[in-house]
Design a protein around this ligand. Structure first.
Ligand SMILES: Cc1cc2nc3c(=O)[nH]c(=O)nc-3n(C[C@H](O)[C@H](O)[C@H](O)COP(=O)(O)OP(=O)(O)OC[C@H]3O[C@@H](n4cnc5c(N)ncnc54)[C@H](O)[C@@H]3O)c2cc1C
Length: 336
């Protein structure tokens, strides 16, 4: 099989499908989305339960500052519902637990002040990084040449505040603060707000699951979405047409969008080879290994209590647990 299109998109996760949908709305109907898997949605996936309903194995929650995703869901007819139960969260560090919001344990005033001061300094620095052009931030080169971890080290004086700041960054990024550019992090946080990322990012979830957004886009694009079509080679991307080789044949496209996790892009053979700096970026891209798991109880025993059943722990393998509203389901993250 071989065919010609204006635009070929690699990956039918939310990024690839939303790019295809935007192009389609602009009148570009000659497009194809090539997906390696036998389903769309990528890192969003519903898993049906024997007892009825479903749990979400991948991306689940959105906050009020996730405006693009919320708008896309609305456009796709996917409504939102409350994300997590109201009530207080337990915060844990060195086996001490507190219900104070995202701060070190109440026993250490000095650490709390230290943490709060670092947060204020960080938020002020965030505001100096333009959302549309982060490279134009004052001292952008310097900010880009240091890691988020190094900044935390320099801007905290207590072990406890340092551990909390690092833990919060890990939580937001699912990544290691010592391997992330400070400029990148400042820009990322400025797009949403530190507090929003920490506190309100789970305010909403989607009726039918987040994967429903991808499923609905794919339905509208119809035969333009090709499943079981892993792209193995992209040739001539510096000119036109570009050739994309996949198990189902060759696609000739005027333009290509690769909408995959950077690390997995390294599995595609590019001809000519990608520029060295780009190749180095994807080759060295690291992802943290977290396991999301669901514990299902007969009843949501935490309902009606002061606490919500959520906890956030900075220095244990079990990092986080969130309780779902109606079902007796606890969603937890294991750092491994
Ligand atoms: C467990 C977990 C929980 C999460 N929770 C949240 C959350 O609550 N809120 C939130 O905002 N985000 C969350 N995320 C992150 C969110 O799910 C992702 O950022 C988002 O789904 C990424 O979408 P994407 O389209 O960019 O990439 P992906 O979803 O990774 O899509 C890439 C697609 O490319 C395909 N592909 C790969 N290689 C090839 C190839 N060679 N040829 C063709 N296709 C290929 C893949 O099969 C995949 O379908 C979570 C992620 C995980 C894993």
């Amino acid at each position: 099989m071989s065919f010609h299109v204006k635009v070929a998109i690699v990956g039918a996760g939310i990024s690839g499908l939303s790019a295809a949908w935007e192009l389609y709305k602009l009148g570009i109907e000659s497009l194809v989305v090539l997906e390696a898997n036998s389903r769309v949605g990528g890192r969003t996936l519903n898993h049906p339960l024997v007892s009825g309903g479903y749990v979400e194995h991948g991306g689940t929650w959105a906050g009020p500052t996730h405006t693009a995703l919320l708008a896309l869901a609305k456009e796709m007819g996917v409504s939102i519902k409350k994300g997590k139960l109201e009530g207080q969260t337990f915060y844990g560090f060195r086996q001490k637990w507190t219900m104070l919001e995202a701060s070190p344990t109440s026993e250490s005033d000095i650490a709390q002040k230290d943490f709060a001061q670092a947060m204020i300094t960080f938020e002020a620095l965030c505001r100096t990084v333009p959302v549309e052009a982060p490279w134009q931030a004052p001292n952008a080169n310097i900010l880009d040449s240091m890691t988020m971890g190094a900044w935390i080290e320099q801007n905290t004086t207590t072990d406890e505040a340092r551990a909390w700041f690092e833990g919060c960054v890990r939580q937001i990024l699912s990544g290691d603060p010592n391997k992330v550019s400070l400029l990148w992090m400042l820009h990322f946080v400025h797009t949403a707000g530190f507090n929003d990322l920490l506190e309100t990012a789970e305010d909403f979830c989607f009726v039918g699951g987040t994967q429903q957004i991808a499923l609905n886009i794919a339905e509208r694009l119809g035969e333009r979405v090709l499943l079981n079509a892993p792209v193995t080679k992209i040739s001539g991307y510096d000119g036109s047409p570009v050739e994309l080789f996949c198990e189902r044949g060759i696609v000739f496209a005027q333009e290509v969008i690769v909408a995959m996790m950077p690390k997995t892009v390294a599995r595609i053979q590019f001809h000519p080879p990608l520029p060295p700096i780009h190749h180095q970026l994807i080759a060295e891209w690291e992802t943290m290994s977290w396991i999301k798991f669901h514990a299902i109880y007969e009843k949501p025993w935490w309902q009606g209590q002061i606490v919500s059943g959520h906890f956030l722990s900075i220095d244990t393998k079990l990092r986080r647990s969130i309780s779902r509203r109606k079902m007796g389901v606890k969603v937890s993250l294991l750092d491994c």
